[in-house]
Design a protein around this ligand. Structure first.
Ligand code: URA
Length: 435
């Protein structure tokens, strides 16, 4: 078996055997394949796809590239949520401590920013001191003690995914159903959860642009999970506009803290409650959705969800004062630039990928693997779909370092908005639910 032949088989639309898939993944994990060959393999998969058996083998090989954590000795049902990636999707920051507060154990293993989408790990690391890279022992201790841990792959969990993820991010091979399904499910099968709620994003700011693609991705992941004995539910949710109002790491943490304090944008709150309620139902904490929502709202109103967040931040080395004084603890980008509307009307559409790319241009994401993130950089979305805007009013506020050239981001935001005379019909936030 050799790597060249595996690449050319896939390039020629051939079907890879389980042994070939296991070989390329294990060799890449052991640094036995250079990035240029793996990038060629990923691009071949991107264009030629994989069938269900190949995707299952790829997921298994990626899971088995490292340890599979057994959390069965920790009391409680372990339920996680994972999003396929969006713009302004900081839901995990609220949902993980909230679901833990309601009685679940939430072993959340997240990723970094990928393509134009943000990453939970980068958002958490905007809190000074916050460590997302914990050993498996520390991870287990946190889950036992506070019921929640939000970490990246440890060096030993799905290391193949960690390396592939970084390479996909810079080789335009992210938005591929087999690669996304295997990436997400390999981490989830390794992290030790009993059940999983997936948020499959769909629309201009998602990797899946259409509902048909999103359904295929969701069904693929549900099938992989069920085959491996996990209860998996998938929601297909709207990403035709940024979720909430904040895009960018520290800005999204600030917004998450607001939501935990019972304030914040309605769409963000609604999606968080829907996903968390489902977690409570699959985890047996609530018998139905309504009871689950009542429990969750009570956790927010009483302040105990916020306390869980604070405990988690402190336990993971972050500055817990972020809860009371986010403005002084979190990075603030000093330069504010406002993008104004050139016409009066209704926001008919927002090219959400362009908003994500604008955030990267401001420094909130990476263009190359080793780029440093400016945690304070980002965007506050002033006008969302269906809202009325008057010529000269702000569409968005951009935050960046004083020396950052903001012209590219400004042009992207201005071009992202379609303003028309008629108010568009509202779009559902949740398109479908599959289990
Ligand atoms: N999230 C992941 O963990 N992997 C992907 O490929 C996309 C989103």
């Amino acid at each position: 078996m050799n790597v060249y032949e595996i690449i050319s088989t896939k390039r020629n639309n051939g079907r890879l055997s389980p042994d070939e898939i296991a070989f390329i993944i294990s060799r890449f994990t052991a640094d036995g394949i250079p990035d240029y060959q793996m990038a060629a393999f990923l691009m071949a998969v991107y264009f030629r796809g994989m069938d269900h058996d190949e995707i299952s083998c790829l997921t298994r090989a990626m899971t088995e590239s490292g340890d599979v954590i057994d959390l069965s000795d920790i009391p409680g049902v372990k339920v996680d949520k994972h999003s396929t990636g969006g713009v302004g999707d900081g839901v995990s920051l609220v949902l993980a401590p909230l679901a833990a507060c309601a009685g679940l154990v939430v072993p959340m293993m997240s990723g970094r920013a990928l393509g134009h989408t943000g990453g939970t790990l980068d958002k958490l690391e905007s809190i000074p001191g916050f460590r997302t890279s914990l050993s498996t022992d520390e991870y287990r201790q946190l889950l036992r003690r506070i019921g929640v841990a939000m970490i990246g792959q440890t060096a030993t969990v799905a290391p193949a995914d960690k390396k592939m993820y970084a390479l996909r991010d810079v080789t335009a091979t992210v938005d591929s159903i087999p690669l996304i399904a295997a990436s997400i499910m390999s981490k989830k099968l390794a992290e030790g959860c009993d059940a999983l709620v997936l948020d499959v994003k769909c629309g201009s700011g998602a990797f899946m642009k259409t509902q048909a693609e999103a359904r295929t991705l969701a069904a693929t992941m549900v099938a992989i999970g069920n085959k491996c004995g996990k209860k998996v539910t998938a929601f297909i949710t709207d990403m035709d506009q940024p979720l909430g109002r904040a895009v960018g790491n520290a800005l999204e943490v600030k917004q998450a803290i607001e939501v935990l304090k019972g304030r914040g944008p309605a769409d963000f709150i609604e999606l968080t409650l829907a996903l968390a309620a489902r977690m409570l139902v699959v985890g047996g904490i609530a018998g139905n959705n309504d009871t689950a929502r009542t429990i969750l709202l009570q956790c927010i109103r009483s302040g105990s969800a916020l306390m869980h967040f604070e405990k988690m931040v402190e336990a993971q080395g972050g500055d817990p004062r972020v809860v009371d004084t986010p403005d002084t603890v979190l990075a603030v980008a000093p330069k504010e630039t406002v993008v104004l509307s050139v016409r009066t009307g209704y926001v008919r559409a927002i090219d959400t990928q362009a908003v994500g790319m604008a955030a990267i241009a401001l420094g909130a994401g990476r263009r190359k693997q080793d780029d440093r993130i400016d945690y304070g950089a980002g965007i506050i979305v002033e006008k969302k779909r269906g809202e009325r805007v008057v010529a000269g009013e702000p569409l968005a506020r951009l935050f960046s370092a004083a020396t950052t050239d903001v012209s590219e981001a400004m042009a992207k935001i201005a071009g992202a908005y379609t303003i028309g005379d008629e108010r568009p019909d509202p779009l559902p936030l949740i398109h479908a639910e599959l289990d």
